[in-house]
Design a protein around this ligand. Structure first.
Ligand SMILES: [Zn+2]
Length: 296
């Protein structure tokens, strides 16, 4: 796995650290040169600033924690530009890492997959709000009734992950009866099933189950990298680690991470075996997958 730092440096004239516009323009040229001298490729060299359009942006990529990265960051620190950089991390896996990873992070909860799906809380499913952290006030929803839902929303889908709703209830995974039978035949491990109670026209009911994944993984490896952003809470520190691909060794077919993602609500990572992916490929259930890292 290679980790890349996708940086976005912004220069702003109105930051008050320049005496006049000319000084700002010269400073911009120095920064152009810096990227050139450090041999850091830019998406494009930004236009020189004008009085009207004075902001300047640099898009660049560095291998995270490489010598080049460290040198560049030291320079940014000295120039007091470090806070002007926005970034995200990007992970690139080799084909071998993807095919040999015993476990894959399966992301089905992206919006494209559950578009226009109404949350079970709208059909009478009851949730209890559990307060997790007194410091940042984060809450989690615990489902305390059977799952009530209009099953016609499955349409042609065999597998559906309804994302956590920040205000009304937790996430739910729903599978059709057909898929439940296939899972049983495959002798998949790590989950149990509860019937979904259909709300709506009885003739249009699609027999479904709520899939409850009960194999929760141990904590991420101690060796896993860690970054805390300003908005992260130091009391529930899992947030910082979840920005990296999970690092583990032992698992079942279906697993949940102990740590929770907070992008949508508070939801653990769904981790599946290669066997699950192979089956889903055949059934044309196509979420996004990312390998995990096995510490040797
Ligand atoms: Zn917290």
């Amino acid at each position: 796995m290679k980790t890349f730092y996708l940086g976005f440096l912004e220069l702003k004239y109105d930051e008050n650290i320049y005496n006049d516009f000319n000084e700002y323009s010269e400073f911009k040229k120095d920064i152009d040169l810096l990227f050139e001298n450090e041999n850091i490729r830019l998406e494009k060299i930004p236009e020189n600033p004008t009085q009207r359009i004075s902001d300047v942006h640099y898009d660049f990529v560095l291998e995270y924690q490489s010598d080049k990265y460290k040198r560049f960051m030291d320079i940014m620190e000295n120039l007091q530009l470090k806070d002007m950089i926005l970034y995200r991390l990007d992970f690139k896996f080799t084909k071998k890492e993807v095919s040999q990873s015993p476990l894959l992070y399966m992301a089905t909860h992206f919006d494209f997959y559950a578009t226009n799906i109404k949350h079970p809380s709208k059909y009478g499913t009851k949730y209890e709000k559990v307060f997790i952290c007194p410091k940042c006030g984060s809450v989690e929803f615990k489902q305390i009734s059977k799952l009530y839902w209009n099953t016609t929303q499955m349409k042609k889908k065999l597998f559906l992950e309804i994302p956590d709703d920040r205000y009304t209830g937790g996430y739910a995974i729903i599978i059709t009866e057909k898929l439940a039978k296939i899972f049983k035949k495959q002798q998949f491990t790590g989950y149990s099933l509860e019937p979904v109670i259909h709300v709506g026209n009885k003739n249009k009911e699609k027999k479904c189950f709520q899939m409850i994944i009960n194999n929760v993984m141990p904590s991420f490896s101690q060796k896993m990298p860690y970054i805390l952003y300003d908005e992260d809470c130091t009391e529930c520190q899992e947030f910082g680690k979840i920005k990296f691909p999970p690092h583990y060794d032992k698992s079942k077919d279906f697993n949940l991470s102990l740590e929770k993602n907070v992008t949508l609500g508070r939801q653990p990572l769904l981790l599946v075996s290669q066997k699950v992916k192979e089956l889903f490929d055949i059934l044309r259930i196509s979420p996004a997958y990312e390998p995990i890292v096995v510490i040797k």
